[in-house]
Design a protein around this ligand. Structure first.
Ligand SMILES: Cc1ncc(COP(=O)(O)O)c(C=O)c1O
Length: 405
């Protein structure tokens, strides 16, 4: 479909250039103004079906009056108080999180972003090894294809030259092993390691998924060496993959789970779920943050948690995930020259795009009124709001088919 002159000018006007930001995000960005459900609208009034979900953040969709009301009420009552105090919303959220099965945790540390949660988890693993085994056990193990964030600790466990090279040297003592290779894991992990950090589905790493054999090997190797097993569920946690934690689906038994993206309903909030064996070793002043776990973000997150943790909500994600998989299989069969391997689980899915550059394909989708994401070098990633309906999935699949044709 050729764009008319008027349409092209219209679309162009929705972009901002001469950006007052560092060039890391690009030189020209689409200005999104509002959203409702799974739909977004840009500055020119053009609508987009959102299969990107703010990069797996907006689980409950856009334009939520319930979340806005909660935030406003809490803003008027108490917007911030330091961590020398606590608040009812923070207490209620942490208690709800600890009551959630199937894993057992003793406390919750609230931060503001995924990288901060991982940073804290790595620190707690070090603290645990130092206070139980003494010095000489401070190494970290991470895996090829991983993405754990941009602060120096998390970045050190994100073995991608593109992200790491401008910031060398990174923290010492980080070892990288091949993802999904139980033998490499057994060879590498020793008692010198404080912790292992791993994703169950590599959200930024081409949606590679953990095999049950690798999950078993991780459980065994960490139990054998005493290393703290950290599951980074920043992208996969809170029902995204069709189980509340992706670890459950994979058979992984983590000591620590980190959560972020969907937790705050679009507000910045992350969490580290801490087991008793670590919690018992933490002393006053060992870690902290100014804003993490403030009353407004935790009040909104309390509402998000209540909805997302319902069995019927998780079941909905599972059903929508199956529908999405079936439709992607159909697309793959119809376009084998463009669609390669299908990846992912639940509503975190994608396909290898072998028909050219993923960026061009995503631009093509965008002009047709749909947003999706890239993962790794050549995977088109789909991570819509979890409230998406079957009809909205069909609409998205039709747009993907049009773009492929
Ligand atoms: C698995 C995973 N861990 C950590 C992060 C970092 O989160 P944030 O950008 O909130 O720091 C991300 C972000 O994409 C992620 O996908």
């Amino acid at each position: 479909m050729e764009m008319t002159h008027a349409k092209a000018a219209h679309a162009k006007s929705a972009f901002a250039s001469n950006l007052p930001f560092p060039p890391q995000y690009g030189s020209e960005l689409l200005v999104i103004c509002r959203g409702r459900g799974v739909w977004l609208e840009d500055k020119s009034g053009k609508k987009y079906l959102d299969f990107a979900g703010g990069i797996a953040v907006n689980a409950l969709g856009y334009g939520r009056a319930d979340l806005a009301k909660t935030a406003m009420k809490q803003m008027r009552r108490l917007s911030h108080i330091s961590n020398l105090f606590t608040t009812e919303p923070a207490l209620a959220l942490a208690r709800a999180m600890l009551a959630q099965g199937p894993f057992k945790f003793s406390s919750v540390f609230f931060g503001n972003s995924g990288t901060e949660a991982n940073e804290a988890a790595l620190k707690y693993a070090r603290l645990h090894s130092l206070r139980t085994k003494g010095p000489g056990h401070e190494k970290f193990l991470c895996f090829s294809g991983a993405f754990h964030g941009r602060t120096l600790g998390s970045l050190s466990c994100t073995p991608s030259p593109k992200y790491q090279d401008p910031y060398l040297p990174l923290i010492p003592g980080v070892v990288v092993a091949t993802y999904n290779d139980p033998r490499a894991l057994a060879r590498t992990l020793t008692e010198e390691f404080a912790g292992v950090i791993v994703e169950v589905i590599q959200g930024e790493g081409g949606l590679a998924g953990m095999t049950p054999e690798f999950a078993r090997a991780l459980n065994e190797a960490c139990a054998r060496t005493g290393a703290i097993l950290i599951a980074d569920e920043v992208q996969t946690g809170m029902a995204r993959t069709g189980t509340f934690y992706a670890s459950e689906g994979a058979g992984l038994k983590p000591d620590i789970i980190t959560l972020a993206k969907p937790l705050g309903g679009g507000l910045p909030l992350s969490a580290v779920l801490i087991p008793e064996k670590v919690n018992a070793l933490i002393h006053l002043g060992d870690h902290g943050t100014t804003f993490g776990g403030g009353p407004v973000t935790t009040a909104v997150a309390g509402k998000v948690w209540e909805k997302v943790s319902r069995p019927e909500f998780v079941q909905h994600v599972r059903e929508m995930g199956i529908l999405l998989e079936q439709r992607l299989q159909r697309i793959k069969a119809a376009h084998p020259e463009k669609v390669g391997e299908l990846r992912g689980k639940g509503l975190l899915r994608g396909f290898e795009y072998v028909g050219g550059e993923v960026k061009d394909f995503l631009d093509n989708l965008r002009t047709r009124g749909m947003l999706a994401l890239r993962s790794g070098a050549n995977v088109v990633r789909i991570a819509p709001p979890l409230i998406i309906t079957g009809r909205e999935i069909e609409t998205g699949i039709n747009l993907i088919e049009e773009a492929l044709r």
